[in-house]
Design a protein around this ligand. Structure first.
Ligand code: HEM
Ligand code: NAG
Ligand code: NAG
Ligand code: NAG
Length: 322
């Protein structure tokens, strides 16, 4: 009796410390331990072989998780294909550069073979992003599982994605509205250590910037030349890496900001604004500090407006509502 009471107390403490709510529907680290224990291995192997085939998928797969969570919560709404009745999130111009949907489909197929109807697509996206970070040289960490998949995916919702033209105070505000601290926002922006942006996302910085400048004065002149060269073809889809190691998860992104070589306005502003510069300098100097903060903020992002229990479903096909 006493032992059960003590065990209960310990369990309670763990749950409170983990910040989770009670009940059978609550998320937990070992949510699938009884129902689909091989899920972690399936995801790790699939992501690993996808990145071996095409290392440039790291960026889009990490970004997919951010876009999923930001709109309607982390509920795999980003995976839904448009139908005759409905234009889905993924067909918004804001989806530009989202790729790798077949990696998620492949994981889902394997999982449905092993444990049908159990693992949500939202959890698969979250685990995939986490494994991308680790397999690209970033921190290793665990995330709670048990998200359910949503039933809504509408193009008009994507208007709420942050724009690349936002300045530091606007970023602080929009992330703050979602419960993120200034530090969370800067750490999460460090996701831009992976991948690229297209000219369409930054070309306004390169010509007729304002009444007195042709080129955005917050750009280092050499980097401005590089960007102009990248975009000289006039093709909006031409790609520019955020830092010198687009497939490596490291802190070069923050060092680029110190060199006035931030690709988007929303990147460079983090160094140029006194409210965020200290955090950027900290991460540029100390990669371990960036990794620690990033994993903490990623877990937080992965819990954004998650649907538990009957508020969602486990989709059979990640591209379609059941
Ligand atoms: C702070 C606000 C953010 C803004 C304004 C923003 C905006 C953008 C834009 C405009 C692109 C380039 C799209 C293109 O031209 O193809 C991009 C790419 C990317 N974003 Fe963000 N983003 C933000 C936060 C985040 C967060 C929190 C993450 C994840 C933790 C993230 C991960 C990525 C990744 C990995 C890419 C590269 C994708 C690729 O290689 O194709 N971003 N972001
Ligand atoms: C499309 O709309 C019709 C009528 O509103 C509905 O019966 C049908 O289920 C919808 N189809 C899809 C794929 O949502
Ligand atoms: C950021 O943008 C907002 C809205 O455009 C503007 O009011 C504000 O002055 C800007 N802040 C800085 C520091 O430039
Ligand atoms: C991957 C994907 O679904 N891309 C779509 C993004 O949205 C445009 C329209 O703005 C579509 O043409 C793409 O197919």
């Amino acid at each position: 009796m006493i032992i059960r009471f003590l065990l209960g107390l310990i369990l309670l403490r763990e749950m409170v410390a983990g910040g989770f709510r009670f009940g059978v529907d609550a998320l937990s680290m070992n949510y699938y331990i009884m129902t689909c224990p091989m899920i972690e291995g399936i995801v790790r192997n699939a992501v690993s072989s996808a990145l071996q085939d095409d290392p440039t998928l790291a960026g889009p797969l990490l970004r997919m998780h951010f876009h999923d969570c930001w709109i309607q919560g982390c509920d795999a709404s980003i995976l839904i294909d448009s139908t005759k009745n409905n234009t889905a999130e993924k067909d918004s111009p804001g989806n530009l550069s989202l790729l790798g949907f077949e990696v998620i489909d492949n994981i889902k197929d394997q999982v449905e073979d092993q444990c049908p109807g159990v693992v949500s697509c939202a959890d698969i996206i979250a685990m995939t992003a986490r494994d991308v970070v680790f397999l690209s040289g970033g921190p290793i960490y665990d995330i709670p599982k048990g998200r359910k998949d949503g039933r809504r995916s509408k193009i008009e919702d994507t208007i709420n994605l942050p724009f690349p033209t936002l300045n530091s105070s606007e970023l602080i505000r929009v992330f703050g509205q979602r419960g993120f601290t200034v530090q969370d926002m800067v750490a999460l922006s460090g996701g831009h250590t992976l991948g690229v942006a297209r000219c369409s996302s930054f070309k306004t910085r390169l010509s007729k910037f304002d009444a007195t400048h042709d080129v955005d004065p917050s750009l280092n002149p050499d980097f401005a030349k590089t960007l102009s060269k990248t975009c000289s073809s006039g093709v909006d889809k031409a790609e520019q890496p955020f830092d010198d190691s687009r497939n490596d998860f490291d802190n070069l992104y923050f060092q680029a900001l110190q060199n006035k070589a931030g690709l988007l306005t929303s990147d460079q502003t983090l160094f140029d604004s006194p409210r965020t510069r200290g955090i950027v300098n900290g991460y540029a100097m100390n990669q371990a500090l960036f990794f620690l903060d990033f994993q903490r903020s990623m877990v937080k992002m992965s819990l954004l407006d998650v649907k538990e229990g009957s508020k969602g479903e486990v989709r059979r096909d990640c591209r379609k509502i059941n």
